[in-house]
Design a protein around this ligand. Structure first.
Ligand code: SAH
Length: 252
């Protein structure tokens, strides 16, 4: 059995209870060494075989899984944050399907949410934005033309940009070209929930300058939007006048 497990954004105790149990029971752990906190491996059995996928190809990863399966070993494939975002998990699942190897997925806390916690922010504020756009600049992996940041920027929604902290100049240009005001608040959240977490508050036009000043090159999320400003309308959910399924409001 193979379990794809979300390791969480960094802090060791932000893995799920299920994820921790799966690590404790694993005979083989293949972890994404570039971003997964290695301290999570302390939960593993002493005799567990540990592999760092940062040094491996997809084929090598699958080979280890296949040989472990033959020996009836429990395999954990440990991904950073939640596996469903930029995790390259689908290609692994498809290969396992080819070999008739069963797998399950245990979700994790994405750095998207680690960053919100670090910022003590709410991405979806009434009268500000009710949508979160999760995207990235193209790297070796291309981004579909229709999803270019300058097009997504037209919505002026809350935006979280992954995998792009080395391209802040260009990111900034596209955000502004698309329609964010130059002074739209932006945050660079470096290593959210790790001990060396850093939050840099800036604006869309100053992203590159702030990134350079703080020597941010990787492991950061760029979060953009007026939700960072903190002006918004109160929710209807907790409005004393508002009646809903679970509560009678004062107007009734
Ligand atoms: N599946 C992961 C994302 C993997 S892609 C998740 O759900 O978080 C790797 C990118 O995620 C990095 O380039 C960075 O943009 C972001 N990232 C991962 N961990 C982070 C953290 N602790 N703080 C800020 N950004 C992080």
């Amino acid at each position: 059995m193979v379990n794809f497990v979300g390791a969480g954004p960094g802090a060791v105790d932000l893995i799920t209870v299920r994820g921790k149990r799966l690590i404790e029971n694993a005979d083989v752990i293949i972890y994404a060494g570039s971003l997964v906190n290695p301290e999570l491996l302390y939960f593993a059995k002493e005799q567990a075989e540990i592999y760092n996928s940062a040094e491996m190809t997809l084929e090598e990863i699958i080979e280890i899984i296949i040989s472990s399966e033959k020996e009836n070993k429990n395999v954990v494939r440990l991904h950073t944050g939640d596996p469903s975002l930029y995790g390259a998990v689908k290609e692994q699942m498809d290969m396992l399907d080819e070999y008739n190897i069963k797998y399950d997925v245990c979700p994790g806390v994405s750095s998207l949410f680690g960053a919100a916690a670090a910022l003590k922010a709410e991405y979806t504020l009434p009268d500000v934005s009710q949508s979160v756009i999760i995207t990235r600049m193209e790297g070796r992996t291309p981004v579909p033309v229709k999803e270019d940041i300058s097009l997504l920027a037209e919505h002026n929604a809350t935006m979280a940009v992954f995998l792009s902290s080395s391209m802040l100049e260009e990111l900034s240009k596209r955000l502004i070209k698309g329609g964010y005001r130059e002074d739209t608040p932006a945050a660079i959240v470096y290593k959210a929930t790790w001990n060396d977490e850093k939050i840099i508050m800036t604006t869309v036009v100053n992203l590159a300058k702030s990134g350079n000043e703080n020597k941010i090159k990787k492991t950061a999320l760029i979060i953009v939007g007026d939700f960072l400003k903190g002006t918004y309308k109160r929710s209807e959910l907790y409005n004393p006048l508002f009646t809903h399924e679970f509560r009678k409001g004062a107007d009734n």
